[in-house]
Design a protein around this ligand. Structure first.
Ligand SMILES: Nc1ncnc2c1ncn2[C@@H]1O[C@H](COP(=O)(O)OP(=O)(O)OP(=O)(O)O)[C@@H](O)[C@H]1O
Ligand SMILES: [Mg+2]
Length: 255
């Protein structure tokens, strides 16, 4: 049974149909990549799952029960954590302060020791290569920042983690580190949704790839059984071009 299941999710912004009848299943211990061209509706889907936007219609099932995600607090309560593309880290604060921003541990006053211990624990679980948790985020690399943002999302012990373009701004070595990190989340039994434009990353870590095109589902594939070309064809709609339409209409004439 999937941990998260979307059925018939529809969202319009005025005259723009951003999403129409979207279905998606995510299982525990599975990495699902969502791919699609600019404007395909990927971010809108992420925002619906994280409580930024409410869907106009459709149902979201979480751990077998119908879920109502009207606010970010609802998503948080359910156990859905999102790492947005801009990461939302504070440059001037160090790693610990970023991890616990807004959710500081306090006994009677802020418990620095407990936060530092918890930070190291989390980063160790992720096998993260951060030199010191007292380093300001401004001096970390892109991959290290991504790691801090992912670690922060894990503090609430979520069941599903959503990553919006986690490798978009990264070099080769840092991308490899973040992909390792994603595998570690899967090994911990989390459901992972990864938005990506990079087919190599999708092929490297995703179990399943869901293609969105013009706000609609345009195919879901097991990553092991689909070629990069077929995924790209589904993204661009190359399977639905003038040549195939002409062939289809001639087929109909013959019938
Ligand atoms: N707040 C909004 N108000 C009006 N239209 C919106 C809003 N958010 C998204 N849209 C529209 O919905 C459609 C889907 O946008 P969305 O941002 O989800 O696409 P995307 O797949 O994330 O694209 P990209 O790869 O460029 O990030 C687009 O046509 C976009 O213009
Ligand atoms: Mg987007």
């Amino acid at each position: 049974m999937p941990i998260l299941s979307l059925s018939g999710i529809t969202k319009t912004f005025g005259a723009v149909a951003a999403l129409t009848g979207i279905d998606l299943d995510v299982e525990a211990g599975e990495v699902v990549a969502i791919v699609g061209d600019n404007g395909a509706g990927k971010s809108t889907l992420v925002k619906i799952l994280s409580g930024v936007h409410a869907a106009d219609s459709g149902t979201i099932t979480f751990e077998g029960g119908q879920a109502h995600i009207a606010t970010p607090a609802d998503a948080h309560r359910l156990g859905i954590a999102t790492v947005f593309q801009d990461l939302a880290l504070c440059e001037n604060l160090n790693v610990i302060e970023n991890l616990f921003l807004g959710q500081e541990l306090r006994a009677l006053r802020l418990d620095d020791v407990a936060m530092e211990v918890r930070s190291w624990e989390l980063l160790r679980q992720l096998s993260a290569k951060i030199p010191s948790v007292r380093t300001p985020v401004a001096s970390l690399s892109g991959g290290q920042r991504q790691t801090v943002a992912i670690a922060r999302s894990l503090l609430a012990d979520p069941k599903v983690v959503i990553l919006d373009e986690p490798t978009a701004a990264l070099g080769v070595a840092q991308t490899a580190e973040v992909l390792n990190l994603i595998e570690r989340l899967r090994d911990r039994g989390l459901g992972v949704i990864m938005i990506s434009h990079n087919m190599a990353d999708v092929k490297a870590v995703a179990d399943k790839v869901a293609v969105l095109r013009l706000g609609r589902n345009n195919g879901t594939f097991a990553v092991g059984e689909v070629s990069q070309e077929d995924i790209i064809a589904a993204i661009t709609g190359a399977t639905d071009n003038v040549v195939t339409r002409r062939a289809q209409s001639q087929e109909r004439l013959r019938q």
